[in-house]
Design a protein around this ligand. Structure first.
Ligand code: SAM
Length: 218
């Protein structure tokens, strides 16, 4: 991760207005680091996938341990409706959800163009036709989600993170859950407290290797 970040609002997105440009950061809209394709293995009890990665995307050298904890500890996704992977990166959550719920549409949303290209390529290579890799503004505004999964971009800062989560979680269907994973040292517990203060029911579904897996419902 770079020490210095360029914080520049680059676009007003219809849903979140949160696009930030950070030089060489994993959530740059267009990563400046030259492409260096790589691949990682996603091993879970119910699936085994090879996923293409690259420089300039989050955790391109291995599936992030927080993402692994989330995939191991979350409940099975609803088998239909629209699911959201908020901040999809190269697509480990989106591809796993699409595999588990082939009858659902999985919206894989990110602001990083390289991440979106990788997610689309990974889904295609795996035959997961139910993944839609999209920028935030490309998701039809009327879309309601029967579940949200996110290893959210903590590094955007607390205010931006709160705005991002508020905007997307407002689109959860009644009784649907958002499943979030946050490192305890990066504010997992304070995020849980913030959500609770805003009226969400927050259950700590698991606490593994410093990661909090949170199930959030209305
Ligand atoms: C911690 S990474 C998780 C990536 C991937 N889900 C994984 O588990 O490997 C967070 C992701 O959120 C994306 N992101 C940052 N700001 C965003 C925004 N405003 N809307 C959607 N995604 C965003 C970043 O580009 C990054 O890919």
């Amino acid at each position: 991760m770079p020490a210095r970040a360029e914080l520049v609002p680059v676009a007003r997105q219809s849903s979140t207005r949160l696009a930030l440009r950070m030089a060489d950061h994993y959530f740059a809209a267009t990563p400046s680091s030259p492409s260096q394709p790589d691949a990682v293995q996603l091993h879970l009890a119910d699936m085994q996938m090879t996923l293409l990665t690259d420089r300039g995307v989050f955790s391109g050298h291995r599936v992030d341990p927080g993402t692994m904890a989330l995939l191991r500890e979350c409940a099975p996704p609803p088998l239909e409706g629209n699911l959201l992977d908020l901040g999809c990166g190269y697509g480990p959550l989106a591809c796993a959800l699409a595999h588990r719920a082939p009858g659902a549409v999985v919206w894989a949303v990110d602001v990083n163009s390289r991440a979106l290209e990788l997610t689309a390529a990974n889904a295609a290579a795996l035959g997961l036709a139910n993944v839609r890799a999209a920028r935030p503004e490309e998701v039809p505004p009327e879309t309601v989600f029967t579940g949200i999964w996110s290893n959210p971009p903590i590094r955007v800062g607390k205010a931006a993170l709160h705005e991002l989560l508020s905007a997307w979680m407002a689109r959860l269907a009644p009784r649907a859950s958002a499943w979030l994973v946050v490192n305890r040292h990066l504010g997992g517990d304070s995020l849980a407290a913030w959500l609770t203060d805003r009226g969400w029911q927050v259950r700590r579904a698991a606490s593994k290797s410093g990661y909090r897996v949170l199930q959030v419902t209305r």
